[in-house]
Design a protein around this ligand. Sequence first.
Ligand SMILES: Nc1ncnc2c1ncn2[C@@H]1O[C@H](COP(=O)(O)OP(=O)(O)O)[C@@H](O)[C@H]1O
Ligand SMILES: [Mg+2]
Length: 222
Amino acid sequence: MGVAIIEVAGVSKRVRDSVGELTILHEISFQLAPRESVAIVGASGSGKSTLLSILAGLDTPSDGTVRLDGIDLFALDEDARAAVRGERIGFVFQSFQLMGHLSALENVMLPLELRGERNARALATEMLGRVGLGQRLGHYPKLLSGGEQQRVALARAFVVRPALLLADEPTGSLDHATGESVMQLMFELNREIGTTLVLVTHDPRIAERCDRQIRLEAGRMV
Ligand SMILES: Nc1ncnc2c1ncn2[C@@H]1O[C@H](COP(=O)(O)OP(=O)(O)O)[C@@H](O)[C@H]1O
Ligand SMILES: [Mg+2]
């Protein structure tokens, strides 16, 4: 493999509670090349969301390293890690996680404004057009259907042209047909923008559309 965009080496995660120590992730290692897509699959509780949070630098591993574009995420302090995240990583969640007090357009402008992008309005408008919501710019999330909200979330994630997109069961709260069209759009944007994709999914048909699959069982790659 050439230059890896993401390089995960020996990542383990242990948590301690009142009854003892629990290993949630056990020595996870893999690399992804630019533009590559991988599906993370496995039963509920197998550690998928924890792994995604660590890739994002939102949760810290107990052991191991994550390099994003050559940068050792956990050698950085929190502020520097947040800056790397803001520049290089987009997220899509099962529950959309849009800002309820902001319109669709304002939600998509937000990550651009955080970067000091002067053309935020024009870029966000264009991206909402690309996801089929050019007629919904002023709508607040509660006026949008689930599928429309997830399209806004995709626009928000992709508008900064992230090197890496992390998606945690993005169709988990949508009906089958709506989920299918959201996934189609996500794969299209992934290709157009040249993003590396890490997708957590329960749906084997969606997983098969990724270049690779990583299966977790009780925190181990199998
Ligand atoms: N902060 C935490 N403290 C204790 N247990 C946790 C914590 N986070 C996750 N877990 C446990 O780790 C396991 C993996 O969780 P998660 O990564 O959410 O799995 P998945 O996304 O595959 O359903 C689960 O058994 C969960 O209960
Ligand atoms: Mg999960």
